[in-house]
Write a protein that binds this ligand. Structure first.
Ligand code: SAM
Length: 364
């Protein structure tokens, strides 16, 4: 049955407005016809077989235009972002309906109820409508949350929540393992995500960690993971912008590293318009350090390689905030995209280096 307008709860990760009309479609719909219809602005409510619906999304995606060839890494980056946005807007118009118990009434549909409860809480209406693409993302995330993710140097696993930055890039985590003087220290972790950096430092002897994140999902995720790892007595996490109140001996952060506007909630882990986070971190660091304390900043140079930030930008910001680099350790990016020659950003990504900077106030 097709839910009437205003009779369903619409869920969107990018704050897209609720569809004004839903057109039911089934397994007879071809990818070409689906593309024609969504380009006319229709939202297509899939009522056929779940696996066919997934195949339809794949076939539609393959028919979308490739980004045009680019003359510079920055052009390639912008073209790639536009292509991903178009893909998102197009594919998000294939939607599905869930009932009062979050049951997906499609043939061969998996049980999606737990994944939905984890992200949205209890159902608020008889019908919930969501794009199939988002629902598939939630199912993938639920699998990670159930299984957990092993992280080098961490005893136990991280169980990430949907929409929270996944520490699958182990290069930056390994850099943090090289820190030796951790015992007994009070830590601040700015932009904690799953909490992984705090947990590594706590397991290596830090006395306590206070973490922040601007996203409530990250806060809930970090709190749950601290409990699972038996660290909750020494770990506190709060929703907020940048630093927690007070001072610490070590202030660690792995900020979003691309200075461009985020397009949705999940993007805020990676995209930081006008370097707002990074500037704020450098401006506020000295005021949040105990005497003799140190900032630990993890930063990739991808923004420099893409031409989004000048090579001297970080040094200028450090000088402006009277901070000095006491030491640094770098590692080449080893994540899968750095090796993928078909990636339009391969030229920049294959040269990407991540650095851990040990920062102190120039005037102690
Ligand atoms: C690159 S992720 C790093 C997460 C985690 N520290 C790690 O290393 O896996 C950046 C995190 O910063 C958070 N964030 C973005 N802007 C923020 C802000 N203004 N204040 C606090 N957290 C912020 C994002 O939600 C995200 O969890």
């Amino acid at each position: 049955m097709v839910p009437a307008v205003n009779s369903f709860n619409w869920r969107s990760e990018s704050d897209e407005p609720a569809p004004s009309r839903l057109s039911p479609v089934d397994d007879r719909l071809t990818a070409d016809a689906a593309l024609r219809r969504v380009r006319r602005g229709e939202h297509l409510l899939y009522t056929g077989d779940f696996h066919n619906a997934k195949q339809l999304l794949g076939a539609m995606g393959r028919r979308l235009p490739e980004p045009p060839s680019a003359r510079s890494p920055l052009e390639a980056f912008r073209a790639e972002r536009r292509a991903r946005q178009l893909e998102h807007e197009t594919l998000s118009r294939i939607v599905v309906a869930l009932d009062r118990s979050y049951r997906l009434e499609l043939k061969r549909a998996p049980d999606v109820a737990e994944a939905c409860r984890w992200v949205w809480g209890e159902p608020e209406a008889d019908t919930t409508v969501v794009s199939l693409k988002t629902l598939l993302g939630m199912l993938g995330a639920a699998e990670w949350r159930r299984k957990g993710l092993a992280v080098p140097g961490l005893e136990g696993k991280i169980h990430p929540h949907y929409g929270v930055y996944l520490p699958t890039r182990t290069d930056y985590v390994e850099l943090l393992l090289s820190i030796t003087e951790v015992k007994g220290k009070k830590v601040f972790d700015v932009g904690t995500g799953t909490g992984v950096l705090s947990f590594l430092l706590l397991q290596r002897g830090a006395a306590s960690a206070v973490a922040t994140d601007c996203d409530s999902r990250a806060v809930a995720c970090a709190r749950e993971n601290a409990e699972r790892l038996g660290l909750s007595k020494r770990f506190e996490v709060m929703e907020g912008d940048l630093f927690p109140p007070g001072k610490a001996d070590l202030v660690v952060s792995n900020p979003p590293w691309i200075p461009e506007p985020p397009k949705n909630r999940v993007d805020r882990a990676v995209f930081d318009e006008d370097d707002r986070f990074l500037r704020g971190f450098l401006e506020g660091l000295t005021g949040h350090l105990n005497p003799g304390g140190e900032g630990l900043l993890l930063l990739s140079d991808l923004a420099v390689l893409l031409g989004l930030r000048s090579a001297g930008w970080l040094d200028e910001q450090l000088a402006r905030n009277e901070l000095v680099v006491k030491w640094k350790r770098s590692t080449p990016a080893r994540h899968s995209k750095a090796k993928d020659r078909s990636d339009p950003l391969h030229a920049a990504r294959s040269r990407e280096v991540t650095t851990l900077y040990g920062l102190s106030p120039a005037r102690p």
